[in-house]
Design a protein. Structure first.
Length: 296
């Protein structure tokens, strides 16, 4: 009895329960911990179909496939799945299963179920923070790098176009120096709003740091009109400001590049966009330049 109490305490502390699926009768036996996770009263046995009903269709199919493979081949499995408890609470659970053998034959599956909702939420929040710029709420540099790598890999297979814009703000330091960092943050958020405009469909806007932004374009129609897109952005990214030392305009200088063949990498795309940005700055602030193989 003491051992049982300690076992139940361990289940509650770790949000874990044990289960056993009898492959001969189809009955499912649960420990008290699993009833707690499901938010249902304790009964002697459960039916497999009833147990599976707590999972959304896609995850139910994954679990059914794992149970089927384990019962046929004796393969162990470990899955993390979405789950809806009897009280309607949405959870994330981790289930581990392995075969129970008799004379070399799989007669049952045994395993554990753990409520990992809080850990899953914490991981999702950490991922969101890593992938989202805190001030502007657009993509972070971390997200930008992984996204461009993914786009380059896809473009090499599909042969579809890919373009990159590097955007530097002009006179942004003057905002911080004369109007304060809160005013500077307002400008950054205004830039982000422009870069997330609906007409820039399927594009990823990112803040790379400080007053540096990027826009990754994957829409063929937009890329085909890259000069017009860049010109339109230089017009929209103009923010008049007034300070004690005088009026000024925060503008944007843009360098653009396109993926140039299957041998290209993220580094190549960035290098050419940076080269174009350097040329645009030489032309004058608030302008743009597009790097082409001929321009290189």
């Amino acid at each position: 009895e003491r051992a049982q109490r300690q076992f139940r305490q361990a289940e509650r502390l770790t949000s874990i329960g044990c289960w056993r699926l009898d492959l001969i009768t189809g009955g499912v036996a649960w420990s008290e911990g699993i009833y707690d996770i499901h938010r249902v009263p304790v009964t002697e046995t459960e039916k497999l179909d009833d147990a599976l009903a707590y999972y959304p269709p896609a995850d139910r199919e994954r679990l059914e496939a794992a149970l089927d493979a384990a019962s046929r081949t004796g393969a162990c499995f470990e899955l993390e799945l979405d789950f809806i408890a009897a009280n309607g609470a949405h959870k994330r659970v981790r289930t581990i299963g392995e075969p129970e053998l008799e004379q070399g034959r799989v007669v049952a599956l045994i395993g554990v179920l753990q409520d990992v909702t809080e850990r899953h939420r914490s991981m999702a929040e950490l991922s969101k923070r890593a992938n989202t710029d805190e001030v502007t709420l657009i993509a972070s540099r971390h997200k930008f790098v992984s996204y461009v790598d993914s786009c380059v890999d896809k473009a090499k297979i599909s042969r579809e176009p890919l373009a990159l814009m590097l955007i530097d703000l002009d006179h942004f330091k003057q905002v911080n120096d004369t109007l304060g960092h809160a005013a500077g943050d307002d400008v950054l958020r205004a830039v982000a709003m422009v870069l997330r405009s609906p007409w820039l469909k399927d594009s990823l806007a990112a803040r790379l740091g400080g007053d540096e932004f990027a826009l990754v374009l994957t829409d063929p129609g937009l890329i085909a009109n890259l000069p017009d897109i860049a010109a339109q952005l230089t017009e929209q990214l103009r923010f008049p400001r007034r300070s004690k030392t005088g009026d000024f305009i925060v503008s944007a200088t843009i360098g653009c590049s396109e993926l140039d063949g299957p041998a290209d990498s993220r580094h190549d795309l960035l290098q050419r966009a940076d080269r174009a940005l350097y040329r645009a700055k030489a032309q004058g602030r608030g302008s743009f330049s597009i790097d082409t193989p001929q321009a290189a």
